[in-house]
Ligand binder design. Sequence first.
Ligand SMILES: Nc1nc2c(c(=O)[nH]1)N[C@H]1C(S)=C(S)[C@@H](COP(=O)(O)OP(=O)(O)OC[C@H]3O[C@@H](n4cnc5c(=O)[nH]c(N)nc54)[C@H](O)[C@@H]3O)O[C@H]1N2
Ligand SMILES: Nc1nc2c(c(=O)[nH]1)N[C@H]1C(S)=C(S)[C@@H](COP(=O)(O)OP(=O)(O)OC[C@H]3O[C@@H](n4cnc5c(=O)[nH]c(N)nc54)[C@H](O)[C@@H]3O)O[C@H]1N2
Ligand code: SF4
Ligand SMILES: [Mo]
Length: 736
Amino acid sequence: MRRGVTRRQVMAGAAAVAASAALGPQLGCAPLARRRRAAVAAEVREVATACEVCPNKCAVLAVVENGRVTKLNPNPASPKSRGMLCARGNAAIQALYDPDRVKGPLIRAGARGEGKWREVSWDEALDFTAQRLQEIREKYGPEGVMFSSTEGFQEEFFKNFALAFGSPNLLRHPTLCLASVNLAYSMTFGTVPSFDLLNARYVIMSGANRFESIITPDTMDLIDGTMNRKAKLVYLDPRFTVTAAKADEWYPIRPGTDLAFILAMLHVIIREQRYDKEFVTTRCLGFEELAAHVESCTPQWAEGETEIPARDITRIAREFADVAPRAVYYAGRRSSWYVNDFQMRRGQAILNAIVGSWDREGGVVPNSRIPLGELLVLPWDDPTAPRVDEIDSRFPLAARGDGAFLQARDNVLSGTPYPVKGWMVYKQDPMNALPDRGKTRRMLEAMDFVAVIDTQMSDTAWFADVVLPESMYLERTDPLHMLPGIWPVVVLRQQVVTPVHDTRPNLEIIQGLAKRLGLGDYFDYTIEEWIAEQAAELPVENPLEYLKKHGVFALEGAPFYGKTLAPGYRFLTRSGKVELVSARLAEAGHDPLPVYHPPTQPPQGAFRMVLGRKATHTHAATTNNPWLIEQTPTNDLWIHPEPAGRLGIASGDLVELASEVGHVRLPARVTPEIRPDCVFMLHGFGKISPWLRRAHGNGACDADVLVTAWDRVSGNAAFHETFVTVRKVVEEASHA
Ligand SMILES: Nc1nc2c(c(=O)[nH]1)N[C@H]1C(S)=C(S)[C@@H](COP(=O)(O)OP(=O)(O)OC[C@H]3O[C@@H](n4cnc5c(=O)[nH]c(N)nc54)[C@H](O)[C@@H]3O)O[C@H]1N2
Ligand SMILES: Nc1nc2c(c(=O)[nH]1)N[C@H]1C(S)=C(S)[C@@H](COP(=O)(O)OP(=O)(O)OC[C@H]3O[C@@H](n4cnc5c(=O)[nH]c(N)nc54)[C@H](O)[C@@H]3O)O[C@H]1N2
Ligand code: SF4
Ligand SMILES: [Mo]
């Protein structure tokens, strides 16, 4: 990867030097003059890798000067990130050199959560962890250990470790995120598709705040489409988000009523015969039932539910159907989080189907994939115990491998159906990511042993017995990853610099544990062997060399659209058709067609709490990053002027927000950019862990007040079923 120094690289390096020098000595940067002199003689190289600050995994070109990362640039070779590296991606450099990082393995020395730690060697940390896991396995069986993790390129090894250990209890982040979306699209089309926002001419979005909640390439395509007036954007959100600001039409919909809007659109499109008759006749199952089902769902009825004027619903339905197939009702990754979420997503999928947007340019397109090779490893036996979340009986249609996290937490706390006493966490911060932090804390306390693999001292790590610090993404090589999509891509995350501290990649942590537990044979390979096997079949000469040089491999000129429109194609549903009506749902005790249930309303004087993202932070992971907190220093409570006036609250006042499970305090932001019946706060603040010095005690944590509720079909967390009261704490607190 060594190359000559180009002018562009020197310029990029110099810019980064200037930027980091401006942040001063507290970040450990050399003074400007000395760094400038160094830059002249520096050995500068550029390493292609992939960002790990959020699920998008954008392609990165890291500039390294004398062994130090000085700048992260976008890699335009990726059709997925399209030459974009967002603020968070740029700021990853600050996480790498953050003095608050965990610098080596730690074993708890005092009481849980007391914050007394013993710095230990990797051998001692791994011996200790393996021994504790073994004790639990002997006493309670392997199912006595629960494993939980969030997506990431090294998650694979963690999942395999759980399976080799013999525990069925793996809980993955989709049940806190997009499980209801995935399930609804799978039940309708047999697959989870992408949305061709690059070529769409009409886009409807329910709360998917794409200008702030970044998803690649959707965000860039939507910016292009709306700013260049190629596409019309209709946006529904109780908040006036950045996406609302850029939309052609924004409706502050009454929360939890999107399905009523969708059913009314179906009503208009079917009544006026604006659907794609050919597609419906040849590909879909249950159109007659659907037509009967939506017959009473008039725009007038929907207006009463959604507060969107009936004439607008009618007009939008007509426009949408007439522009189709270049029209999409965008799924969002996770937009409205209610107990009827799955049926709302089904409604969207069905709407996309009947206007014939399926698998057409500008429409809803099944993902393409690039097959990767697999290293053959010794197979382990399937776990014998049933899952602790009782998913088979409670959520029989949900994805087995992801589980139902909130049900699992309840069951662990009540010891049902058996005791779970150990918990291993990988790249996840359940103390922030699960609603009702008090309950998560009680689950932590109920455990005999908790091990956390993280890159920093997260709030969950703070309550663990052992913290195993993983090397940050710039310090490690990960397995190849294929990102499916309309334009699928294979990305290589290769090591950019040697680890700054005594940290290890997850694979090596897992191998250390596996060896000690007699499971070493299952992990008897190196990351290089793993990758070589994955790359072997890629249709390019010297695939690994190619990837090391370019960072990404993309298919050129593939047939992007229409593969499922070939005559005789069988959709991966039970009937082989697009299922507008689903017998499987009926058999599982759910509505076979999407039935609208009006959402529970907040009691008199209370508000519904809604959540969302901001472009400058990822969940709870970045609120200690100096560059990002410079952009968004803290969180506050959005409240509409009308209720604020009633409660005597002005912007900057300290308010207390209380739900049935907890309360938090934070400054108010009085703004008309939210409905009067809702309040909003940004996720990821109010950190407990004092090791995160900039985040600790800064702002409030949403998980303290969120209540436990889940979508009926998928078990996916339903965060927006939380009602809160708000009161002013002190006059004119100086937080403004
Ligand atoms: N910058 C940034 N980007 C990210 C992430 C991040 O942390 N930071 N995280 C990534 C991940 S994991 C995810 S899941 C996605 C999430 O991305 P999205 O799917 O876009 O979801 P949110 O940003 O959570 O936005 C939810 C929006 O729905 C609105 N809303 C609430 N209730 C309703 C309702 O009943 N109806 C309608 N129509 N709207 C409602 C809320 O006000 C909020 O604006 O973002 C991804 N991208
Ligand atoms: N209260 C509340 N809960 C939520 C949400 C919300 O808005 N509010 N959103 C939900 C959604 S959509 C999602 S996707 C989930 C996300 O939930 P999480 O996955 O828990 O979210 P993060 O905060 O992004 O990351 C968790 C941890 O991963 C660590 N980490 C980052 N990179 C690495 C790495 O390379 N290796 C290792 N080992 N660790 C790493 C971070 O330091 C952080 O502590 O939360 C869900 N839960
Ligand atoms: S969207 Fe930003 S944080 Fe997410 S992978 Fe891309 S650059 Fe990184
Ligand atoms: Mo998510």
